[in-house]
Each structure stands twice: as structure tokens, then as C-alpha cells.
Design a protein around this ligand. Sequence first.
Ligand SMILES: Cc1cc2nc3c(=O)[nH]c(=O)nc-3n(C[C@H](O)[C@H](O)[C@H](O)COP(=O)(O)OP(=O)(O)OC[C@H]3O[C@@H](n4cnc5c(N)ncnc54)[C@H](O)[C@@H]3O)c2cc1C
Ligand code: SF4
Length: 323
Amino acid sequence: MHNFAYIRPTTLRDAAAQLGKEHGKVMLLAGGTDLLGEMKDDLRVPEKLVAIRQLRELQGIRPGRGGLRIGAATLLSDIAESAPVREQAPLLAMAAETVGTPQIRNMATIGGNLCQRPRCWYYRNNYPCFKHGGSVCYSVTGENEYHAILEGGPSYIVHPSDTAPALVALGATVRISTGGRERGVPIEKFFVGPRQDPARENILQPNEILTEIEVPSAPAGSKAVYVKEMVREVWDFALCSVAAMVTTSGGIVGDARIVLGGVAPFPYRALKAEAVLKGRRLDEAAAAAAGAAAVDGARPLSKNAYKVPLTQAVVTRALLSLA
Ligand SMILES: Cc1cc2nc3c(=O)[nH]c(=O)nc-3n(C[C@H](O)[C@H](O)[C@H](O)COP(=O)(O)OP(=O)(O)OC[C@H]3O[C@@H](n4cnc5c(N)ncnc54)[C@H](O)[C@@H]3O)c2cc1C
Ligand code: SF4
């Protein structure tokens, strides 16, 4: 690993004061489960690392009026086990529980989980593709078994986070700070697709820190589930996943939020599937119709067509489990 300065600030303001204006020179270090691996492989070569996991302002799960406020440096294991999260936003607890191994969840923070970089083999092996500032995507004609079937191009990564689809389904807001100025952004607008900028996955500027996630309580009458399909049974990234939340009244679906992971460069809101469900009884026919609508418009690459029926089946299965 190359040489770099290691800074351990005691306040958010001090941490922010260390940040610069250029991407990649000064980097935030949370649990390090993604970033340190990337530095070891020379994928990222920052001059300065600013540790933020210890910052009090970024810690904890605070129940508030209408929902929860979760500090960005809160560990995934704490989120998965938190009684308030299990009670008010069980979908998030379910998703956090599926991330990696217990060891990873005991190190990894929710902020880092949302900001982690893609797992594409070419990116991880430092090929000069779009993600490294180049102008080619090697996966199009190469290995693309695990890549995007929806919203791909010019990069075909899939967003690797399990908590992201759950937070989009829950309608969360992320809070972003420069140390002085703060802004709140609906999490759906936090992620950047490759057509907007193929080198990046989120809107964070080099001088910004993700500080908190506001998670509204799940609506009354709602049921939710997170289903994740992996190559191996456990400890793996999603081949495809679905975060589904359905609100019914008198047996009829009033609202549905269906968000897919592992199939698009960002958590993909399956709006057509949501529309299919609204005003209907959630039965086998409705779940199957929503499953089909979820993959409408899918454009698989040469080796990942299997993801289309897989995703359709996972959405159908998830919805049936809520019926
Ligand atoms: C073996 C293994 C299996 C895994 N399996 C899964 C899985 O199944 N599902 C899944 O979702 N993930 C999985 N992961 C990824 C893992 O969840 C992430 O590495 C982890 O969540 C990153 O969190 P961290 O706190 O360690 O972040 P770090 O590694 O410290 O940082 C990651 C990135 O986020 C940035 N960052 C961190 N915090 C902030 C902040 N507050 N504001 C702005 N930027 C920030 C850092 O600068 C860096 O760019 C796996 C990882 C490993 C190693
Ligand atoms: S999918 Fe994205 S990360 Fe992978 S080779 Fe193509 S541009 Fe690079």
C-alpha cells in the first residue's frame, strides 16, 4: 500500500475541514471493509485518510417523531439488532442482516454500505474502464454474468448495497454536510446512474460527508420483506434482491413500493410493478403480474439473461410472502 497521512478528527467540523475540492485525494474512512481493500489493490491512492467512525455526531439510532434517525457511522450489526429499527422499519433490519458475514457487519457502517464501490471484476482489477476515468466498458464483450439487466450503459455495474433498496422502499432521506452547510436529499436522488456520470455512484461532492439517514416509520397497515438471491446460500452479494413494502386496507393494496437490488447500477424502483398492484387484492395472479412488470424493459447482456426470470420469480415470491 502507498504512503498516506492518517487523520483522526474529534468532531464532524474538524473532519470536514480536512476535505478538499478534488475527488480521490482526501478520503473518508469508516469501517474500512471496502476502502482499505481498494487501497491495498491500488484502486484508490488517497494522500490523506480521514477516519470518521469514532465521531459522536455520526453515531447511534435515535427514535424521533414519525421515524428514526440513524447516524452514518452506525454499524450494520447494530442496525440489524436494534429494537426500534425492527419495530419501526423492519425492512431495513432484514436487509442489514443479509450483508456479508457477522464479521463484516461488526465493522461496516451504514454510510459506508451506501457509498461502497462496485464489485465488477474489471473495476476491481484496475482495468481502465469508465469507472477508472476511461472510455470503455470491458464487461459488454467480456464477463457480464453478474451485471445489470436494467438501466445499464455505458457502465453495467450493479449497485452492491443491500441496505440501499430497503431505504429507497422506505422513502428515507440522507443528510449531507460540509461541516457548515447541511442538506437533506431523498435517498432515491442520492444515487447517480452511469448515464449521468459513469465514473460515480452517488451525488457526494469531495467536501461532503453523509451524516445521517432519516427513516420514516413504516405506514400503518403495511407489510414488508427483503428477499435476496445469491450464488451461495449465505455471505455473498445479491444476484438480485427485492425490498417490497405493501400497504393494504380491507384486503386491497393502497400503496406498494418495490425496489430491486443487484440488477441495475442503482437501487431500481419497479414502478410498473407497483402500479400493477395498486387497487388490487394481493393474490397469486397479482403477484405474478407484478413480477412480470418488474422486469419489463430488461436488456440483458450476453451472459446474464438468467437474471430476468430469476428477478421475476423473486419479486413474485416476495409479494406472495406478504399476501
Ligand atoms: C467479504 C465481503 C462480503 C460483503 N458482502 C456484502 C453484501 O452481501 N451486501 C452488501 O451490501 N455489502 C457487502 N459487502 C460490502 C460491505 O457491506 C461494505 O464494504 C461496507 O458496508 C462498507 O462500509 P464501511 O463502513 O466499511 O466503509 P468504508 O470501507 O470505510 O468506506 C467505503 C466508501 O464509503 C465512503 N464513506 C464511508 N462513510 C462515509 C460517509 N459517512 N460519508 C461519505 N462517504 C463515506 C468511503 O470514503 C469509501 O469510499 C461485503 C464486503 C466484503 C468484504
Ligand atoms: S461494468 Fe462498469 S466497472 Fe465494469 S468494466 Fe464496465 S465500466 Fe468498468
